[in-house]
Design a protein around this ligand. Structure first.
Ligand code: ATP
Length: 499
């Protein structure tokens, strides 16, 4: 992981946010190559889930939302993590992270004090949350250490900490004029359900897909871009007739695993966690968490696929009591819309069930990079670092390299080849005229460029072999094989390889 983080900075994938002012924890900036990789991941997701299906619509809702949305969604009341303070240094920690980071014997003591087995960590956390006074005592008795100071802490009782960012809207800051930065993109889909149905005439089953930023004031952002405060999500809300939800849940589990595979994240590295009933979020009938085996971190959630029943539309609709909702929802006297759709068989208005595959773009990027990161020893004994990204994800598809940067003839031809290739719409093509071919190859291995095209003296008829005039060398990133190809055939060659 450390090597990957350093490569990301060195080569311009990911930088610490606000770095020149000391950095801001939990915020990252995506650099010249990071933005390309991120865009390619999002495009691949959109292609598979929107363009290649006949039952999906897209959406791009606003980030700042009316407080009523996040109130009725349940986020104001429940979108919180338990936190504890260390009275000795006023440091604050997310309770489960704090305990998880202790040595095994300390975790065992905490678990025992709470009457739980250390094997079942979620149960230990649940017990700590449910009994704040006992929890604080257990943390002290077990000698739980402060990760910052390394000393045994003096721990307060756990308290819930709401993770939503609140912001003032308009010129007057009073009790009424605030909104929230959305903590998930999903709510924009639910609040637009009626707009999308009315404007597209969709019938059940169908889905709405959205990619966008979400914000969570994580108590302890950490592990590079794994847990950040400004994140991006790729979410689908798939609306289906009650009773068909379990089948659709399985469908989406399968579709999502196969998508990850196509991005170079194999099934064998993803554990499917069928979340135990007692750990389910309040809205969920059943949830599969896809736990990818991140280097150093181990199995952590990359995507959640939840069966949310009729909770969401049921929470945001008016006339709730007439709709025969299955989920337990809070009363809503604020909504002005009835969020129903005709039942496909009876035509009676029904509140659909929702299956939600929700993946993080940042976590996707970390997984894709982790899988691609490879160190190889070459035949000559040299080591090379190569990012074996799937070509459709590579930030730069082709680097066109003039062998000498001070020979106008070579540079001009390379530029013209670059311009022609760029028109194919394959993604970014780069003119790499740094002058040192060895360095250029090394750099493009490290950033995952699948092909390098070199323009040399033979290309322009000034080399030793006249038969090579109007040909270029193509170097394959993975096999290192070099092939001579006619310039006139270059577009077709690369199109076939990169499509
Ligand atoms: P975790 O338990 O790791 O905090 P979560 O269960 O809160 O995650 P969800 O609310 O299910 O996450 O969000 C859906 C997806 O959004 C996650 O699977 C993850 O990929 C991404 N995500 C959530 N929180 C973050 C974060 N703080 N940083 C980066 N990605 C995140």
């Amino acid at each position: 992981m450390e090597e990957l983080v350093s490569l990301c900075k060195r080569r311009g994938f990911i930088f610490q946010g606000s770095e020149i002012y000391g950095g801001l924890q939990g915020f990252y900036d995506y650099g010249p190559l990071g933005v390309e990789l991120k865009n390619n991941i999002k495009a691949a997701w959109w292609r598979t889930n929107v363009y290649e299906r006949d039952d999906m619509e897209g959406l791009d809702a606003s980030i700042i939302m009316h407080r009523q949305v996040l109130r009725h969604s349940g986020h104001e009341a429940t979108f919180s993590d338990p936190m504890v303070d260390n009275k000795k240094n006023n440091k604050r920690y997310r309770l489960d992270h704090l305990v998880k980071d202790q040595k095994a014997d300390v975790i065992a003591k905490v678990a025992e004090a709470m009457g739980q087995s250390a094997e079942n960590f979620p149960a230990v956390v649940a017990a700590l949350n449910a009994n704040p006074a006992q929890a604080s005592q257990a943390l002290r008795d077990a000698g739980v250490r402060d990760p910052f100071s390394g000393e045994v802490g003096e721990w307060t009782e756990p308290k819930p900490f709401n993770m939503m960012f609140k912001t003032t809207i308009g010129p007057v800051a009073d009790d009424e004029s605030y909104g929230y930065l959305r903590p998930e993109t999903a709510q924009g889909i639910f609040t637009n359900f009626k707009n999308v149905v009315d404007s597209t005439s969709r019938r059940l089953p169908f889905g709405i897909a959205q990619i966008g930023k979400a914000f969570r004031n994580e108590i302890t952002p950490r592990n590079f871009i794994f847990r950040v405060r400004e994140l991006e999500q790729m979410e689908i809300e798939f609306f289906c007739t009650p009773g068909t939800d379990e089948e659709w849940h399985e469908h989406w589990l399968e579709r999502r695993l196969s998508w990850w595979e196509a991005q170079g994240v194999p099934r064998s590295k993803i554990e499917i966690l069928d979340v135990p009933k007692e750990d389910l979020a309040h809205y969920s009938k059943r949830t599969y968490d896809l736990m990818y085996d991140y280097p150093t971190l181990g199995h952590e959630e990359i995507e959640g696929i939840a069966n949310r029943s009729d909770y969401d539309l049921g929470s945001h609709t008016k006339n709730q009591s007439e709709l025969g909702l299955v989920a337990r929802v809070e009363e809503n006297l604020d909504s002005i819309a009835k969020l129903t759709i005709p039942h496909p068989e009876t035509n009676k208005p029904v509140v659909p069930f929702v299956i939600e595959p929700s993946a993080g773009v940042d976590r996707a990027m970390l997984a894709v990079l982790s899988e691609a990161f490879t160190k190889e020893t070459l035949e000559n004994g040299n080591e090379r670092i190569v990012l074996k990204l799937r070509p459709h994800l590579a930030p730069i598809k082709v680097a066109v390299i003039p062998l000498a940067r001070n020979k106008a003839e070579l540079v001009d031809l390379a530029r013209s080849i670059k311009n022609d290739l760029q028109k194919l719409g394959l993604g970014r093509i780069l003119l790499e005229d740094s002058g040192n071919i060895g360095k250029a190859y090394r750099r493009h291995d490290e950033v995952g460029t699948p092909y390098c095209v070199t323009v040399d003296f033979d290309t322009v008829g000034k080399g030793e072999d006249a038969s090579l005039t109007d040909t270029v060398t193509i170097r394959d990133r993975d096999t290192l094989a070099q092939e001579r190809v006619k310039i006139s055939e270059l577009s077709a060659y690369l199109q076939a390889k990169l499509r």
